[in-house]
Design a protein around this ligand. Structure first.
Ligand code: DSN
Length: 413
């Protein structure tokens, strides 16, 4: 990876980039929302397009000189619509949270009622958390999951009937089961609510046909582009044609100024990659790997919220070990596994401590890991947690994870 110019101009930043590359090469990435982009996506993100201002939409810009970014942005829009089977796509949101914010700006007035999944039960900050714009400016009602980690759709329906939300949000940051978008649509229709499906986590699985699509049901579909979709960091909003002009206006000038056209180009490249047959094989392998990891953890005596996963992620439930998510995520880092602490349903610990660790397989699958490797990863995790106070054992376990990393070189050659 060539960073010769940065080395000359800013050796301090160059050194940290090189160290970060080494960190990525020598650790097993299990953060469920991270992935490893192709060099083609990275080249687009690092291209001359970063120099261009392009406020507005293709062919309706506030600046001249947009003829090339217009072509690129239209390609990204078209590819998003085709892949997700939606009428309209706005590819300018800088992030998933901003994609959701634009839907709120378009569909709601301050103080309106929304119904979304509680953050500590697997939802997202922008689905109504009290510390986020969505919770600060709207009347939030939340649904959660039961002890088995499943959404209780009858409970969602009762909450909807009682509170009459204007917008219902489905989709999650930490939910290991298939989401029934049809049921959410039936509930939304019963109370006259609009439906937003935030598929940030599962977008790659939806594109590949491995998870049911929200397209027939949702008024708005938002996603990030950097999780299972394997693109650059960013967001996309898709919607029915009737909402297209309003959504575009909500993005610009509603909440954003100039779009990041270098990132829009990287999104276009990633969407092209996601339309190739190899991507379907990749997405299928993500789920096979997640199931192998879950089975390996169960076989090693660990608990998983809801048992076997149905998608790309799972939450390790540490309650019976007496150890916390915070401490064990740090122990995993010591043995070369990156993951994040996460609450489990009805967690006795605070969100800063937690009793769980979220684990996901999109990144290791990109790297080439297969089921047999995930079974080794499960052993590493179980051994590290059992030996969390034994430095000598942890050092030995670290050697095992390093051997796996060496088996699958990253950004080399
Ligand atoms: N969605 C969060 C995650 O899953 O890590 C980030 O916003």
């Amino acid at each position: 990876m060539n960073i010769e110019h940065i080395k000359k101009v800013d050796p301090m930043v160059a050194e940290q980039i090189e160290l970060e590359l080494k960190r990525q090469q020598e650790t097993i990435e299990l953060i469920a929302s991270e992935n490893i982009t192709s060099l083609a996506v990275m080249e687009a993100a690092g291209s001359v397009l970063t120099n261009k201002y392009a406020e507005g939409k293709p062919h309706k810009r506030f600046y001249n000189g947009c003829e090339h970014v217009d072509v690129i942005e239209e390609l990204a829009q078209k590819r998003a619509c085709e892949l997700f089977h939606m009428d309209h796509a706005n590819v300018q949101p800088h992030s998933g949270a901003q994609a959701n914010m634009a839907v709120f700006v378009y569909a709601l007035k301050i103080g309106d009622t929304i119904l979304g999944m509680d953050l500590s039960n697997g939802g997202h900050l922008s689905h109504g958390s009290p510390v986020n714009f969505s919770g600060l400016y709207f009347n939030v009602k939340s649904y959660g999951v039961d002890e088995n980690g499943n959404i209780d759709y009858e409970n969602v329906r009762q909450l909807a009937l009682e509170h009459k939300p204007k917008l219902i949000i489905c989709g999650a940051s930490n939910y290991s089961k298939v989401i029934d978008f049809k049921k959410f649509k039936e509930i939304a229709d019963e109370v006259g609510a609009l439906l937003l499906a935030d598929i940030a986590h599962i977008a790659g699985l939806v594109v590949a046909g491995i998870h049911p699509s929200p397209a027939p049901y949702a008024d708005f579909v938002t996603t990030t582009t950097h999780k299972s979709l394997r693109g650059p960091r960013g967001g996309i909003i898709m919607c029915k044609e009737e909402h297209a002009a309003g959504i575009d206006k909500a993005v610009f000038p509603g909440i954003q100024g100039g779009p990041l056209e270098h990132i829009v180009a990287a999104k276009a490249v990633a969407l092209k990659e996601a339309g190739e047959p190899e991507f379907k094989t990749y997405a299928e392998q993500i789920v096979k790997n997640a199931k192998a990891l879950a089975q390996g953890l169960l076989d090693n005596g660990m608990d998983i919220v809801g048992g076997m996963t149905e998608n790309h992620l799972m939450t390790l439930d540490l309650r019976k070990t007496g150890k916390t998510g915070k401490d064990m995520a740090n122990v995993l880092e010591r043995v070369g596994i990156t993951a994040n602490k996460n609450t489990v349903p009805n967690d006795p610990q605070s969100p800063f401590v937690t009793s769980g660790i979220r684990l996901g397989t999109p990144a290791v699958t990109t790297r080439g890991f297969k089921e047999e490797d995930l079974r080794v990863v499960a052993e590493i995790i179980a051994d590290a947690i059992k030996n969390s106070d034994n430095d000598a054992e942890l050092a030995k376990i670290r050697e095992k994870s390093l051997a796996l990393c060496k088996k699958y070189p990253l950004y080399e050659g």
